[in-house]
Design a protein around this ligand. Structure first.
Ligand code: BJW
Length: 250
């Protein structure tokens, strides 16, 4: 039974990017030794690249899916899970990341009913049928010969990933969350990729929310934030979550 006297009517939206998973051992995108250092972006992160050379794209994502077996959530993911288990208001975590480290940090925790996690750029551990758009849980490698579970055809499966020029997922609920939030925090994202880079502008255009950037270095949109804290995610995120749960922020 919900105890309504305890529920806050405030809403927190948290956007996470590759920087939150960097200390778990997953490279970011735009670092010099990042995820794209051996590939052209047009080859592995566009629908045209997949059409031209699906084998190469499958190989790229197979490698990244396999890497998930060797990494663990870090203190920043765990701190956000603490918030999801302890914050009495609405909480939306929108991740641009396709890894499953938020879910793994949340595993076994009693999360609050008004908490929602969204993967706006898709998930490595899902596959999608090109014909029916059905989505399947997917742990293993896929290739051009893999049979699709719904149509039983080879070549019909793609990684469930949002590539450039494709529409990010859950945009309706994301727009709602941004338009109603009281606190907006961006963690570990460079602000290079639209529409996530525009979220802080969207929030500021409504005017009521406090906005915070937690990152290793100033992002491309740093000047839009009221508060900016720079450092390693595993240090600055747990500190900030403690401040929220202690009632210091909103
Ligand atoms: C730490 C840290 C530590 C490090 N602690 N911090 C011209 C032509 C065509 C298209 C466009 C165009 N101009 C604009 C567009 C739109 C395009 C876009 O933005 N392009 C720009 C690059 C120019 N966007 C799209 O096409 C999107 N769709 C779209 O716009 O649809 C139309 C539409 C949408 C909505 C409303 C109306 C219309 C789709 C974008 C899909 C992006 N997909 C990717 C690949 C996903 C799959 C994969 O994982 O392989 O998503 S791109 C890549 O970038 C990935 C990431 O999620 C995304 C963001 O990167 P992120 O997370 O910011 O990582 P980095 O590496 O950039 O930054 C890491 C940060 O962490 C740094 O700041 C570090 O300092 C920090 N850091 N260590 C704390 N320890």
């Amino acid at each position: 039974m919900l105890d309504f006297s305890k529920i806050s009517d405030q809403t927190i939206v948290i956007l996470t990017g590759a920087g939150i998973s960097a200390e778990s051992g997953i490279p970011t995108f735009r670092a010099s030794d990042g995820l794209w250092c051996n590939h052209r972006i047009e080859d592995v992160a566009t629908p045209q690249g997949f059409k031209r050379n699906p084998a190469l794209v499958h190989e790229f994502y197979n490698g990244r899916r396999a890497q998930l077996k060797d990494v663990q959530p870090n203190a920043a993911h765990h701190a956000l899970a603490d918030l999801a288990a302890g914050w009495e208001g609405r909480l939306f975590v929108i991740t641009q990341n396709v890894d499953d480290l938020h879910e793994r940090a949340e595993h076994g925790r009693q999360l609050k009913p008004y908490y929602k996690l969204m993967h706006m750029h898709g998930e490595l551990k899902k596959a999608r049928c090109l014909a029916s758009e059905q989505i399947f849980a997917w742990e293993d490698d896929m290739n051009t010969q893999t049979l699709c579970p719904c149509c039983n055809k080879a070549g019909n499966l793609r990684p469930h990933i949002v590539w450039f020029e494709e529409m990010p997922l859950d945009m309706g609920i994301i727009d709602y969350a941004l338009s109603t939030c009281d606190l907006f925090i961006a963690i570990g994202t460079s602000g290079n990729v639209y529409p996530a880079s525009n979220f802080v502008h969207q929030v500021r255009s409504i005017g009521k929310a406090h906005t915070v950037e937690l990152n290793m270095e100033p992002s491309r949109v740093d000047s839009m934030f009221h508060e900016r804290i720079y450092g390693q995610a595993t240090s600055i995120v747990p500190n900030y979550v403690k401040r929220i749960l202690g009632g210091d922020v909103i």
